[in-house]
Design a protein around this ligand. Structure first.
Ligand code: 5GP
Ligand code: ZN
Length: 118
């Protein structure tokens, strides 16, 4: 469950501080330390799953709950409502997929995009 060498497991265990957005028995969400959007937080399972490529059938409920939670947290964090607002959910997977921290996480990014008209 807990990988002592994993940065996000250390955050889950409280060994490294984070700006928490949400927590329950299975899921933690916190602000990204280097935000790539006006609102940018990460959602992760507390269970150490290295990547989306490691997800098993038994994890489907957990992943589904995280996806269902994402829009609620996005609104709470200040994203504007669908359809004129909204947000992006990104799951970088593997080296070529841009994954740097090998503990499955969803990037949730939103907020105004000034280059979009209207
Ligand atoms: P990845 O490239 O693995 O999809 O994304 C990892 C994300 O974790 C990056 O956006 C990075 O800014 C964020 N990150 C890395 N280290 C820390 C940290 O110690 N605290 C927080 N809050 N975010 C981190
Ligand atoms: Zn981990």
């Amino acid at each position: 469950m807990h990988d002592p060498d994993c940065l996000f497991c250390k955050i889950i265990a409280g060994q490294i501080p984070s700006r928490k957005v949400y927590e329950d028995d299975e899921v933690l969400a916190f602000h990204d330390i280097h935000p790539g959007a006006p609102i940018h937080f990460l959602m992760l399972p507390k269970k150490h799953i290295p990547s989306l490529a490691h997800v098993q059938a038994e994890d489907a409920g957990l992943i589904g709950r995280m996806m269902a939670l994402a829009p609620k947290l996005a609104l709470e964090q200040g994203c504007n409502p669908y359809p004129t607002g909204g947000f992006r959910v990104v799951v970088n997977t593997g080296t070529e997929g841009g994954q740097e921290v090998h503990h499955l996480h969803l990037h949730v990014m939103g907020g105004p995009r000034p280059w979009l008209k209207g």
